[in-house]
Design a protein around this ligand. Structure first.
Ligand code: SF4
Length: 376
């Protein structure tokens, strides 16, 4: 069965292999070095309720993340009876920085619903499948997905900042199709051999789980390919663990010769705290273009107030609302489904409340189509 790296835990590997020095966070000083928070790791794997006693490096934030649904329940002050066992191969994974934005004692919290495994995940529903967007059909050498003209996507890593229960790639075979494992060469050779590829997307998983140095190596290789003009990074890390926005990362993105976009992923305004906004502001001040894509999710953001607040939060932080995605029909996510008619009504209502640039484009991805499809 495909899975998010079932054999080893890629998140632990990140913490152990990372060579970056822990960077001070922009708003808070580094209270402890990378080794001190090991007590949180012990807590997070022992069944005790972990505690967030202060800022740590982003690598340590990954390492000390909550990995059990009952621990997540206890951390946010709800009955562990709300916890369902994680689907095989897609365990609970929630960094404390993100869990701290969940309202205590509220089992219907919109962040909690995105990350807490539910019994509904085990329901087989016709039409909800392992590879809903046809990624495997367009898989090329070395972890490249080539779906659309002029653009190619590199699966840079199998790990993510958080495990979203609705993820369309939750059964993606990352252990086989992961460009980093072959030191990028087959992926770069593929891109080099096709002069029609002007834009490269770094995705995963999450490309920002790479160390700054690994990312720099990859970006420099891409910069050396004359027909590649643009770079896009699709990442949830600036939302989940804002201390990932290190000075070295800012330098890399701001100084690249490629026109660069960072596409973040947030679904609800509650995901933004002062540290997240500060990180986004630092990127914007360095001239890095910021877009957001979100997914329309039942009982998370399927009401006009939530979507309106999300767009306002984004534009106030200098982020353009880009896409609102119809849920990809991945196995185990049918409880997040919102009928497209309701999505269209919500978009119509948003248009009456927001400036045009703050209304995201409502799209779905259909396997085999040459572009995203507008929901109309
Ligand atoms: S961050 Fe993106 S790729 Fe990772 S689990 Fe969430 S939706 Fe999936």
């Amino acid at each position: 069965m495909f899975s998010h790296e079932t054999r080893t835990d890629p998140h632990l590997a990140i913490a152990e292999q990372a060579t970056d020095k822990p960077a001070p966070t922009p708003m808070r000083s580094e209270a402890a070095g990378d080794s001190a928070p090991l007590k949180h790791v012990a807590a997070a794997t022992s069944g005790d309720v972990p505690s967030n006693s202060g800022p740590v490096s982003w690598q340590t934030a990954m390492k000390r993340a909550i990995r059990r649904s009952d621990e997540l329940c206890r951390y946010v002050g709800i009955d562990p009876a709300f916890a369902a066992p994680s689907a095989e191969g897609f365990p609970t994974f929630v960094p404390l920085e993100f869990a701290d934005r969940i309202k205590r004692g509220d089992p219907s919290d919109p962040i909690l619903r995105q990350v807490l495994p539910a019994d509904d995940e085990r329901h087989e529903v016709p039409g909800f499948v392992a590879d809903p967007v046809g990624d495997l059909r367009v898989s090329q050498a070395g972890g490249v997905l080539h779906k659309y003209d002029g653009r190619a996507l590199i699966v840079t890593h199998g790990a993510c900042a958080v495990h979203c229960r609705y993820c369309f790639r939750k059964e993606f075979p990352y252990s086989e199709l992961n460009a980093q494992k072959s030191k990028w060469k087959p992926a770069l050779d593929y891109i080099r051999s096709d002069p029609s590829i002007e834009e490269v997307l770094l995705s995963g998983g999450d490309p920002l789980v790479l160390s700054d140095q690994s990312l720099r190596t990859l970006v420099e290789e891409l910069e050396s390919i004359s027909h590649v003009r643009r770079l896009r990074l699709h990442t949830r890390l600036p939302i989940v663990i804002p201390q990932r926005i290190t000075d070295a990362l800012l330098d890399l993105l701001a100084e690249s010769s490629l026109m660069t976009w960072l596409v973040i992923h947030a679904n609800h305004s509650q995901e933004f705290d002062p540290a997240v906004v500060e990180g986004l502001t630092r990127m914007r001040r360095r001239g890095i273009a910021l877009l957001n894509q979100s997914v329309l999710l039942s009982q998370v953001n399927d009401d006009v107030e939530s979507l309106c607040d999300l767009s306002k939060t984004l534009i106030n932080a200098g982020v353009q609302p880009y896409y609102l995605h119809q849920l990809d029909q991945v196995r185990g996510a049918s409880h997040f489904w919102v009928p497209p008619e309701k999505g269209l009504e919500l978009i119509d209502q948003l248009r009456t409340q927001l400036p045009g640039y703050a209304v995201p484009t409502f799209v779905r991805e259909q396997s085999g189509q040459p572009s995203k499809t507008l929901v109309v």
